[in-house]
Design a protein around this ligand. Sequence first.
Ligand code: NAD
Length: 369
Amino acid sequence: MIIGVPKEIKNNENRVGMTPSGVAELVKRGHTVYIQHTAGENSGFPDEAYIAAGAQILPTMEETYAAAQMIVKVKEPIAPEYKLIRKGQLLFTYFHFASDKELTLAMIENGSVCLAYETVEKADHSLPLLIPMSEVAGRMAIQEGARFLEKPQGGKGILLGGVPGVKPAKVLILGGGIVGSNAAQMAAGLGADVTIADINLARLRYLSETLPKNVKTLYASELRLKKELPDVDLVIGSVLIPGDKAPHLITRSMLKMMQPGTVLVDVAIDQGGCFETSHPTTHSEPTYVVDGIVHYAVANIPGAVPYTSTLALTNATLPYVTALAGKGWKQACKEDPALALGLNVVEGKVVYKAIAEVFGLKYEQLNLE
Ligand SMILES: NC(=O)c1ccc[n+]([C@@H]2O[C@H](COP(=O)([O-])OP(=O)(O)OC[C@H]3O[C@@H](n4cnc5c(N)ncnc54)[C@H](O)[C@@H]3O)[C@@H](O)[C@H]2O)c1
């Protein structure tokens, strides 16, 4: 198959859809890979690394789209890319169709086959192509939280791990899923005093068994959370109710219970945020202060570490890319129900029910036979 990897053109997106080692795997299997000039540069992969892996470099986005049967990228196509996509062309990337009607209609119109990373779903309901970014965001949340606890950054001026003779900082993590457990590991590794709260008892049991011993687990009732607030230093918001807005676990009135310079990192901001006073921020202006409390609510945390994020994402996507290139999308989806759930829009039809419902479009069940 002929595979094309364009350079991402969405604002501040530095990741790339494939690494040189991904290229090498595909070339080894007899596929042709075209990489757009400088596509990997911001992730730390120069053109020369792709050439050495067996890729061919194309100068423009237009040529990359025109040459490829399958496009592998990171973010959804945006307006300048719509007209470059043609009937029957396979696109494998994050789409997030439900939040973008213009994109949905454009992909219906151009007749492409849209396989969305975010809806590839295994039988146990895990989302293998979202997990890597939650892992990155969870670990980054602690790194960023530690930075903003420094006095010159507006924080209390407390070192997360303390030093001999001085107690470590108190970290409270709300939501013990992928983001929360990665944050807990990171904070525990730095020597902080960590509490992780969730409402799923089975999950709390698992966390209690697997996380280091300086992590305590807590059932996330309102009363118990309130008791934690007066001496907490860093709070990580990482709850998720699938398909719904995040609940506001810390309200504006609760900010007064915390000491000035306490830092709140709202990772769940992409679902509306789990602190009432959160609003989305960017890497160029990541924080703001409400009632003396520092808020960090960057909506694309992994974007700050494109090297790690690109590697983490492509580690997860490559087996699927290999299957799609080797078997074609129909056969690959027939053999793998998890991958088949990634099909959202196929040759003019909406084949993912939730997307059809959001926009009042016709849902058509796909027959892979
Ligand atoms: N800002 C970013 O850059 C970024 C990056 C990755 C993920 N995220 C977001 O982070 C959030 C968490 O993602 P995840 O992959 O860890 O999800 P997850 O499903 O693995 O974990 C969510 C956890 O929240 C718990 N929960 C639900 N309601 C709760 C409540 N009321 N109190 C306490 N716990 C509760 C669930 O039991 C679950 O364990 C999501 O909104 C995700 O989109 C943001």
